[in-house]
Write a protein that binds this ligand. Structure first.
Ligand SMILES: Nc1ncnc2c1ncn2[C@@H]1O[C@H](COP(=O)(O)OP(=O)(O)OP(=O)(O)O)[C@@H](O)[C@H]1O
Length: 366
């Protein structure tokens, strides 16, 4: 059953269109992450789901019930903000208890619910403290506990980890994943950080300019981005995109050519890739191999490393492939010398093609 369903949702402020025809179905219990560049409309979409802003057009349903025009308090959602939004004069206990007191629960029920939520977020020893005495991570845990006690049908989280330092963010990513597993509640999480999206999401929703570009599990978006925008946005370092031209095509093979990569024959249908068409080929940084790849069909390229970043477990090499800049990611710490030409190999099945509109073509498998 769908935990959250959006059908043709649009939002405009005055005459400015912010979201256009967003349709999405998020399963009950799913962890969905909205990701996209600054200003693409992620927070606006979350606010529409929360009922903090009205939709201009379209329908929003939660657990099968149409809530498009319901007040925020009647939607069974709980929102966690980047800024924590805690009451500074209240203790941790009082902050967590606040929504339950508003709902007029008995004192003993409030105490029990707060204790349980505080245990889940590991703050049961700090219930008497004021927020000022807590670290950023602990404050965000209070905000999360305050959302948990409401037992919502959907958790909405708007960049909850952005104010934390890198180490704490990594720790909280893990904790939120565990929390989701434990509670099994539908979760919608907004971030501009594709690492958070990749590590936490069951499915990622990539937004761009108020429209949905692609929805899918992280690794599907990574290996099969549906267009050049998603290819650039998902993955760090991003996919290398090299403009080429189709020189020949038939039902099962496409020959592309450009100065950087020379002539490549790729297993794609030529239906939308005719001789003379512009196209873009995509190669992930880790697809470049120093030794021949474990595949019968592969291409060899000569590149010249320009800048090296040694990360211990990986080596990132920024290199020139003819006049084209590319980024390669090699395992371990291989011998790579700046300025010294080297041969690398890429398996044919790891090359993607995007047509002249930027849309990915699907490879012919087998
Ligand atoms: N109340 C409002 N009135 C007018 N324009 C608004 C309003 N709220 C948001 N916008 C505009 O809508 C667009 C999308 O904003 P939104 O905050 O949803 O983006 P975002 O993807 O969450 O960005 P970020 O990652 O920077 O938070 C922006 O251009 C913003 O200026």
């Amino acid at each position: 059953m769908s935990g959250l369903e959006l059908v043709g949702v649009s939002k405009s402020y005055q005459s400015q269109s912010i979201l256009t025809d967003v349709s999405l179905s998020i399963e009950r219990g799913e962890f969905a992450v909205f990701v996209g560049p600054s200003g693409c409309g992620k927070s606006t979409l979350l606010r529409l789901i929360a009922g903090l802003d009205p939709v201009t057009q379209g329908q929003i349903s939660i657990d099968g019930q149409d809530v498009s025009h319901a007040a925020a308090g009647r939607r069974s959602v709980a929102m966690v903000f980047q800024s924590y939004a805690l009451y500074p004069h209240m203790s941790v206990f009082e902050n967590i208890a606040f929504p339950l007191q508003m709902a007029r629960l008995s004192k003993s029920d409030v105490k029990q619910a707060v204790q349980k939520a505080a245990e889940i977020v590991k703050l049961d020893g700090r219930l008497g403290d004021k927020p000022a005495k807590l670290s950023g991570g602990q404050r965000q845990r209070v905000a999360i506990a305050r959302a948990i006690v409401r037992q919502p049908a959907v958790f909405l989280m708007d960049e909850p980890l952005s104010n934390l330092d890198a180490a704490l963010r990594a720790e909280m990513r893990m904790e939120l994943t565990q929390l989701h597993r434990r509670l099994g509640t539908t979760m919608v999480y907004v971030t501009h950080d594709q690492l958070e999206a990749m590590t936490m999401a069951d499915r990622i929703v990539v937004l761009n300019g108020g429209r949905v570009e692609q929805v899918g599990p992280p690794m599907e978006l990574y290996h099969h981005p549906s267009n050049t925008f998603v290819a650039r946005f998902i993955g760090s370092p991003p996919m290398n995109l090299v403009p080429c031209k189709v020189t020949e095509s038939d039902a099962a093979r496409v020959r592309v050519s450009c100065e950087a990569v020379g002539d490549l024959v790729l297993p794609f249908s030529g239906e939308r890739l005719k001789a003379g068409d512009h196209c873009v080929i995509g190669i992930r940084p880790e697809a470049f191999r120093i030794g021949p790849p474990d595949s019968r069909e592969f291409f060899s390229f000569q590149l010249v490393p320009q800048v090296l970043e040694r990360l211990g477990v990986h080596l990132i090499a920024h290199a020139q492939l003819s006049a084209q800049s590319v980024t390669c990611l090699f395992d371990g710490d291989p011998t790579v010398i700046v300025g010294q030409p080297m041969t690398v190999h890429v398996a044919a099945h790891q090359v993607r093609i995007f047509d002249d509109t930027g849309a990915a073509r699907t490879p012919i498998s087998g």
